[in-house]
Design a protein around this ligand. Structure first.
Ligand SMILES: [Zn+2]
Length: 80
C-alpha cells in the first residue's frame, strides 16, 4: 500500500472534487505496479469489466462494474 504522501507526489494524482470517477480513486490509491497492471487490464478488450471489478474487490477496493464500464467507455470525469 502506498502512503497518502506517495499519492500526492504522483503525477497521476488528481484532487478529489465533485462526483469523482471510482476508477480514478482506485488508480490514485494503488502503487505504480498495480496501476500499470490495472490500466493494461482496462485496455484489454478480452478482460470483462465484471472480472476487473472482482479483482479490485480482492485488492480491497470496493467499486462496481458500472464504474469500470463507465470509465472504459470514457464517459467519466477522467475523459473530457
Ligand atoms: Zn474514469
Amino acid at each position: 500500500m502506498s502512503s497518502l504522501l506517495d499519492n500526492l507526489a504522483s503525477p497521476d494524482y488528481r484532487p478529489p472534487r465533485g462526483p469523482e470517477c471510482g476508477m480514478a480513486l482506485v488508480l490514485a490509491a494503488v502503487d505504480d505496479k498495480t496501476r500499470k497492471t490495472l490500466l493494461a487490464a482496462l485496455d484489454n478488450p478480452y478482460a470483462p469489466s465484471t472480472k476487473i471489478a472482482q479483482a479490485l474487490a480482492e485488492l480491497g477496493h470496493r467499486t462496481s462494474v458500472h464504474v469500470v464500464q463507465r470509465h472504459r467507455r470514457q464517459e467519466c470525469r477522467c475523459h473530457g
